[in-house]
Write a protein that binds this ligand. Structure first.
Ligand code: UDX
Length: 450
C-alpha cells in the first residue's frame, strides 16, 4: 500500500519504518527541514533501539523516503497518517494545532479518495475536528472528493518501540466505514502474528481507549508509589507486597514498580488531558486528579531523602557543601528522552538546596545539558562522577546500574551511601559490602553506628 506519515517524531518515524518493513511504500513528512535532511542521510533524530537499522534498510531498499514536500506526499498515498505532536496547552488540554494543520494540508492537496488516520494521541472528538478542517479546505477548492477519518491510537513504549509496533498486544481501529476497516485490517495483517489482534470500534471509543489505557497504567504506578511509602513507615517490603498482589491474575505483575514518579511524553500529558476533557464535559475525574498529585509528590521523594540524611536544616541551603552523584537522567531506560523526567525535579531540588550535582546517563547527557547547562557536571563514565561524593542517587533503572562494581563505588564515594529510587539491589548484598542503603518502600540499612 502507499502510505504517508506526517510527523517524523517518535511515533511517526517508528510507524513509517515498520510499515515499510512489511512491504508498503512509505513517505515520512515533516516540516523540520533539518530533521528531514538528516534522515535522508541516515541520521536518526532520536535514540531508539533497532530504529536506525530499520530506517537504513528500508531506505536502501526504496520503500521508505523522507520529504518536506507535502503535496507530493499526499498525492502519492492512499493512507495518510497524522502522527504529529499534541503538546499540552496552558490548561492541560491537548493542543491540536499541528494535527489540524496537517488535516488542512491534506484537504488542500488531495486529488483522490484518502483515508486520514489519527495516530497522534488526541482527545475524544478530534476526528470530527479533523474531518471538518479537511472538508473546509475541500469546500474552498470547490471540489467534492471523498475521504474517511480513522482513529488508530498508538500504544508503543519508548525503548521497546519497534518490538511493540511489530508485535502489538492489540491494534485499535476507530471507524464507522466497513470498507475502510477492511483496508486497515490488510495494512495491519503482517503484525497480527498467530491470531487477530485488531479491534474495530466506533471512532470516539477508539480515541477514549488510548487515554483510558494510559490513565489506568499511571493510576497503578501512583497507587504503588503510595503503597511503597506506607510500607516504609510500617516496616513492610513493597517488593514482597508486589509479588503477593501481582500473583492475583486479576491484578498481574506489570506496572507495579514504585519509583521516583512516572515521566515521559505520554503519562503526564495524557492524565492531564483526560482530567481536562472530563472538566469540559462537566465531570470531575477525582481519581485522576489524585493520581497526578501523588506523582508530583513522588518526584520530591528522592531529593527529600537526600536532605533528610545529609542536610543541615539550620542552614538556608541545607545541602551546601554536599556532593550528590546521580545515575540515570532519562525518564526510563533505553531512551534519551527527558520529557517530564523525575530527574529534572530531583536535581533542581538538590541544586536549590545548595548541593553540587554530578550526573551520568548512558544516552541522555545531550538532553540533560539542554536542561541544566553548566549548573551540574556530567560524565559518560558512571564511576567518574562518584569521586568523593556524599551519596549516589539512582534515578533511572538502566541495565548498567544493576550489577555495578560495588568495590569501586565504595572506594570512590566519601562514605558508602546509596539512595536507590528503583530498588535495584538486594539488602543482603548491600549489607555484605557495608553500604548505607536507602531503597523505596522497604527498610534500608542505616549508617553504621546510627
Ligand atoms: C507509555 C505507555 O506504556 C505506552 O503504551 C503509551 O503508548 C505511551 O506511554 P512510555 O511513556 O514510553 O509508554 O513508557 P513506560 O514504559 O510506560 O513508562 C512510563 C513511566 O512510568 C516511566 O517514567 C517509568 O519509569 C514509570 N513506571 C513504569 C514506574 O514508575 N513503575 C512501573 O512499574 C512502570
Amino acid at each position: 500500500m502507499k502510505i504517508c506519515v506526517f510527523g517524523a517524531g517518535y511515533v511517526g518515524l517508528v510507524a513509517a519504518a515498520c510499515f515499510a518493513e512489511s512491504g508498503n511504500t512509505v513517505v515520512a513528512v515533516d516540516v523540520d527541514q533539518a530533521k528531514i535532511e538528516g534522515l535522508k542521510q541516515g541520521i536518526i533524530p532520536i535514540y531508539e533501539p533497532g530504529l536506525k537499522e530499520l530506517v537504513l534498510r528500508n531506505q536502501a531498499e526504496g520503500r521508505l523516503s523522507f520529504t518536506t514536500d507535502v503535496p507530493l506526499a499526499v498525492k502519492s498515498s492512499l493512507i495518510n497518517f497524522i502522527a504529529v505532536g499534541t503538546p499540552p496547552g496552558e490548561d492541560g488540554s491537548a493542543d491540536l494545532q499541528y494535527v489540524l494543520a496537517v488535516a488542512r494540508e491534506i484537504g488542500r492537496n488531495m486529488e483522490s479518495f484518502k483515508i486520514v488516520v489519527d495516530k497522534s494521541t488526541v482527545p475524544v472528538g478530534t476526528a470530527d475536528k479533523v474531518r471538518a478542517a479537511l472538508q473546509e479546505e475541500l469546500d474552498k477548492r470547490g471540489t467534492s472528493l471523498e475521504f474517511d477519518v480513522v482513529s488508530n491510537p498508538e500504544f508503543l513504549k519508548e525503548g521497546a518501540a519497534i518490538e511493540d509496533f511489530m508485535k502489538p498486544d492489540r491494534v485499535v481501529i476507530g471507524t464507522d466505514n466497513v470498507r475502510t476497516a477492511e483496508l486497515m485490517k490488510e495494512l495491519y495483517e503482517p503484525f497480527m502474528r498467530k491470531h487477530n489482534r485488531l479491534i474495530v470500534m466506533d471512532i470516539r471509543s477508539a480515541e477514549m481507549t488510548k487515554y483510558a489505557a494510559n490513565a489506568m497504567l499511571a493510576t497503578r504506578i501512583s497507587f504503588m508509589n503510595q503503597v511503597a511509602l506506607l510500607c516504609e513507615r510500617m516496616g513492610a517490603d513493597v517488593a514482597a507486597v508486589r509479588e503477593g498482589i501481582g500473583s492475583d491474575s486479576r491484578i498481574g505483575y506489570d506496572f507495579l514498580f514504585p519509583g521516583p514518579g512516572y515521566g515521559g511524553s505520554c503519562f503526564p500529558k495524557d492524565v492531564k488531558a483526560l482530567i481536562r476533557t472530563a472538566e469540559e464535559n462537566d465531570y470531575d475525574f477525582l481519581l485522576l486528579k489524585a493520581v497526578e498529585e501523588v506523582n508530583e509528590r513522588q518526584k520530591q521523594v528522592l531529593s527529600h531523602k537526600v536532605q533528610q540524611t545529609l542536610g543541615d536544616t539550620s542552614k538556608d541551603r541545607p545541602l551546601a557543601g554536599c556532593t550528590v552523584a546521580c545515575w540515570g537522567l532519562s525518564f526510563k531506560p533505553r531512551t534519551d528522552d527527558m520529557r517530564e523526567a523525575p530527574a529534572i525535579t530531583i536535581i533542581e531540588n538538590l541544586l536549590a538546596q545548595g548541593a553540587t550535582v554530578r550526573a551520568h546517563d548512558p544516552e541522555a547527557l545531550a538532553e540533560a545539558k539542554k536542561q541544566f547547562g553548566d549548573r551540574i557536571t556530567y560524565s559518560t563514565n558512571q564511576y567518574d562522577i562518584l569521586a568523593d561524593a556524599d551519596v549516589l542517587v539512582i534515578i533511572t533503572d538502566w541495565n548498567e546500574y544493576r550489577n555495578p562494581d560495588f568495590d569501586r563505588i565504595k572506594a570512590e564515594l566519601k562514605e558508602p551511601f546509596i539512595i536507590d529510587g528503583r530498588n535495584l539491589y538486594k539488602l543482603s548484598r548491600m549489607r555484605d559490602y557495608g553500604f548505607r542503603y536507602l531503597p523505596l518502600g522497604r527498610n534500608g540499612i542505616a549508617a553504621e553506628g546510627k
